[in-house]
Design a protein around this ligand. Structure first.
Ligand SMILES: NC(=O)c1ccc[n+]([C@@H]2O[C@H](COP(=O)([O-])OP(=O)(O)OC[C@H]3O[C@@H](n4cnc5c(N)ncnc54)[C@H](O)[C@@H]3O)[C@@H](O)[C@H]2O)c1
Length: 454
């Protein structure tokens, strides 16, 4: 099934005329389960940019350009001028959280943005109050909060979220909606029979099956309302067959998992470089200290396991040990996260990389990245919101379910069943930009370039 779809779209690319891309009309409602550090940094940032107080650095949709045609043509429009994306002024926001803090208070507590900046967007942020959350302490052991929905079963909770969605659409006047999960990392689970089909999922929700995580309830509610869903955390959430089915059926695109920021971003920049030069790898030890609430949640082994799986898969896929056994057949990869409160959101990530070159001579690289987690994540949230909205307005993308072209933003990109994910940041970027070119009927860029020497 998936194979047939991809063949169809490849054939189309040759004579696609880009006419199905419609300009957006009206407001775009952004709904965020989890109004913590990432969500508040994103929303405060959008408002600061709208007010001309700061620039949307790190956002491909706002800052990026896309080359079209030959290098000699000099055509490189901004991404946001090339495809019809919603403007920042069109965005309206809501969210859910287990704590009652409005977005100004939550942002102040998260401690990412300076008080001086926050105070300039205070009325706006203060006006966004969290709706009551769907929460299960078993899925996030290190948190508990008062702002939680009660219901007779998980289906009942989903109905309440659906009611929230409809209410927000009505009161905000939004013409389209997007949901993006910025909630805590949930405990590790693997797909079960309950996750197989929409029918089994619904039955499991009605029976209060323990395998249905809160994030799945938001996702189910969104997709049932025809609302696209992006997953910024490593939880399973929409990466199960039942959600793929629902996404396609209701033409509500999905993508995930786990925003690619910080250490993994650097890993997916460096590893393709080693492979490109056929430099071998003996080991990669990654350790982090962070002190925000995310760090506190990840201090629980269940949540850490979910994150660890997401962080570990990257190198295997990029380096392809099965193709290069002498270079990558036997490397050790360790990832550690330590909760260390004094650091707050300003994480420090160390990498010790043991590589080897010509004749097997060993070398080392040390990376010490003093990063700001939410500063790296916020522009990704913005791009995902705008691109998912584009996907839903685009005939060729709206019914395909998983938006693999958005892999660029994720540590564990979702793919069609049986397909391995692309982790190399540069392949991901090419995939994203070629998708935009394809949608607009522009020639795909292969970087062949022989034509310049005819
Ligand atoms: N910042 C990054 O660089 C980055 C990168 C990749 C992934 N992530 C993921 O993004 C998510 C958010 O990160 P953060 O730093 O903002 O964390 P955070 O702890 O500051 O915010 C998460 C919020 O989600 C709320 N929450 C938890 N369960 C909920 C539920 N069921 N319903 C509604 N709200 C719920 C918590 O109360 C909290 O306010 C985490 O899962 C994190 O692992 C962050």
């Amino acid at each position: 099934m998936a194979k047939r779809q991809s063949v169809k779209s490849e054939a189309k690319s040759a004579h696609h005329n880009g006419t199905d891309l419609k300009a957006p009309k009206g407001k775009l409602g952004v709904m965020i389960p989890g109004m913590g550090a990432v969500a508040t940094t994103f929303v405060a940032g959008v408002e600061a940019v709208r007010k001309g107080l700061a620039k949307p650095i790190g956002s491909l949709t706002q800052m990026g350009t896309i080359r079209l045609g030959k290098r000699t043509e000099g055509r490189s429009p901004r991404v946001k001028e090339f495809v019809p994306l919603a403007g920042l002024d069109d965005l309206v926001f809501t969210g859910w959280d287990i704590f009652e803090d409005d977005m100004y208070t939550a942002a102040a507590k998260a401690g990412v943005l300076e008080r001086h900046l926050l105070d300039q967007v205070k009325p706006f942020l203060g006006s966004i109050k969290p709706r009551t959350a769907v929460f299960d302490h078993n899925y996030v052991k290190n948190l508990d909060g008062p702002n939680v929905k009660k219901g007779k079963n998980k289906m009942d909770l989903a109905e309440q979220v659906r009611a929230d969605i409809r209410e927000f659409k009505k009161t905000s006047g939004a013409t389209r909606l997007i949901t993006i999960w910025c909630g805590s990392t949930e405990s590790f689970i693997t797909p079960t029979a309950a996750h197989e089909t929409v029918k089994s999922l619904e039955k499991a929700m009605t029976q209060n099956d323990e395998n249905i995580a809160p994030s799945m309830i938001y996702a189910y509610a969104s997709l049932m309302e025809g609302v696209p869903f992006a997953n910024g955390a490593p939880n399973l959430t929409v990466d199960i067959p039942a959600m793929h089915e629902l996404s396609r059926r209701n033409q509500a695109p999905i993508c995930g998992k786990d925003f690619k920021t910080g250490q993994t971003l650097i890993k997916t920049i460096l590893a393709p470089g080693f492979k490109a030069r056929m430099i071998g790898l003996n080991g990669w030890f990654s350790t982090n200290i962070l002190g925000n609430r995310d760090g506190e949640v990840l201090d629980d082994p269940g949540s850490f396991k979910t994150k660890e799986e997401s962080k570990l898969s990257v190198l295997e896929h990029i380096l392809q040990p099965e193709l290069y056994p002498e270079l990558y057949g036997n490397f050790t990869h360790k990832v550690r996260i330590n909760y260390y409160p004094p650091r707050g959101d300003n994480k420090e990530g160390w990498d010790n990389i043991d590589i080897f070159g010509w004749l097997g001579y060993p070398m080392q690289i040390k990376v010490d990245f003093l990063c700001r987690d939410s500063i790296l994540a916020a522009p990704l949230v913005l791009d995902l919101v705008l691109f998912l909205d584009l996907a839903q307005r685009t005939a060729e993308l709206q019914g395909i379910g998983i938006q693999e072209w958005l892999s660029f933003y994720f540590k564990s990109p979702m793919t069609a069943p049986g397909l391995y994910p692309e982790h190399d940041l540069f392949i991901q970027l090419m995939k994203l930009k070629n998708t935009l070119r394809h949608l607009k009927g522009e020639e795909l860029i292969t970087h062949l370039g022989l034509e310049y020497y005819d």
